[in-house]
Design a protein around this ligand. Structure first.
Ligand code: KG4
Ligand code: ZN
Length: 357
């Protein structure tokens, strides 16, 4: 019997310090032995957002302890690790540098392969941690920094079908929460507020809803929320605005996903098409429901990251590490930290003034 690979994954691209040990079971299914995530909410709360220098300092203080905890909880010994995978981008450079340097140092001291991982690929492969998922599949990546439809053809092989031309959807959730006076990080609270409100109370804009293929835009929505938030006085009005915002996002994602389905079908001939939704915003229960319904209507299989693996974590980084390890795709120890690292390097840059859709 061949020894199953054991991978250490390290994540520090933004405000979560995370480490995880994964391996495979006898059937070849990925298995999480430990996954430790330390959030920096308390560090950034008083500033209402992530402060890069403070985030980097916090990563430096915790990265070795978090990794030790991941090793201890997994029940394996450090020397049993077969490869070390660490996020190399995209993200805040001062934050990335901490986990990346630490991962390289561990790899060289153990004399084990080092694997640089694209954080977005981590999100893209995260559903593989709890379900069998073969290529190709359509991916909707919805996080704090990214909103994209990608055709995932294979490991490291991505074709972008659509992207936000301004804000990420997670950013829109966070900004709306801030305008409603919800403490940082407010995004996840919007769905709690939304449950108590009337989703039809406010009609909010849906930019590029009827054009631009499956590209998306959220900046106009945020501006509309800003205007209304200045006039509202009661808690009930806050709940109504949260509910109206949540409904608008659902409508945008439903419509744009439907367009992405058509584009995906043109590129891939498969008996059963798969739609994977990953990233922090994929934890939103209503969005999961709406997209599950769309999949039923369109005969796609809906696959979501497990809720606890939607946000940033080390297990998804180890997951990419595991696939790369099996293909012997190792990285050099001088691999740079990359603040910008698109999954589809050939896709046009579609942000800012002058973009024509
Ligand atoms: O993937 P992630 O942890 O970090 C990035 O790579 O960006 O995503 C964080 C984003 C934040 O914007 C957060 O507000 C959003 O995911 N988020 C949610 C929910 N949980 C997290 N947005 C809406 N509903 C949620 N339940
Ligand atoms: Zn992320």
């Amino acid at each position: 019997m061949n020894k199953k690979p054991i991978i250490l994954g390290i994540e520090s691209s933004c405000d979560e310090t995370a480490a995880s040990i994964i391996t495979e079971n006898e059937q070849g299914m990925p298995t999480i032995l430990s996954s430790i995530v330390s959030s920096q909410v308390d560090v950034h709360k008083e500033f209402g957002g992530v402060v890069p220098e403070l985030a980097a300092r916090s990563h430096m203080e915790k990265i070795d302890l978090i990794t030790k905890k991941a090793i201890d909880e997994s029940g394996i010994k450090m020397k049993d690790v077969d490869a070390i995978a660490a996020t190399a981008g995209p993200g805040l450079i001062v934050c990335l540098s901490v986990g990346l340097s630490f991962g390289k140092a561990v790899a060289s001291s153990l004399n084990k392969p080092f694997i640089a991982v694209n954080h977005l690929e981590g999100h893209a492969l995260s559903p593989k941690l709890n379900s069998e998922l073969n290529y190709p599949y359509l991916l909707l990546l919805i996080s704090g920094g990214h909103t994209q439809f990608l055709s995932v053809q294979g490991l490291g092989n991505y074709k972008r079908l659509g992207t936000t031309i301004d804000d990420a959807v997670g950013e829109a959730f966070d900004k709306t929460a801030k305008l409603l006076g919800i403490e940082f990080p407010g995004g996840p609270q919007i769905e709690v507020y939304a449950k108590k409100g009337d989703s039809k109370k406010y009609e909010l804009p849906k930019p590029i809803f009827h054009r631009g293929g499956c590209n998306l835009s959220f900046a106009g929505l945020k501006t509309a929320v800003l205007k209304i938030s200045k006039q509202i006085k009661t808690d009930q009005e806050k709940y109504d605005l949260a509910a109206s915002f949540q409904r608008t996002v659902e409508e945008i994602l439903y419509k744009k996903s439907k367009i992405a389905f058509e584009e995906f079908k043109k590129m891939n001939k498969s008996n059963k098409n798969k739609f994977v939704v990953a990233g922090g915003v994929a934890a939103n229960k209503r969005i999961r429901e709406v997209l599950t319904n769309l999949c039923k209507e369109e005969d796609f299989e809906a696959i979501f990251s497990p809720i606890n693996l939607c946000g940033d974590n080390g297990a998804m980084i180890a997951m990419v590490g595991l696939e790369k390890f099996k293909l012997k795709q190792f990285s050099e120890l001088d691999h740079p930290a990359k603040p910008r690292w698109p999954l589809d390097e050939d896709a046009a840059f579609l942000k800012g003034a002058g973009v024509r859709l």
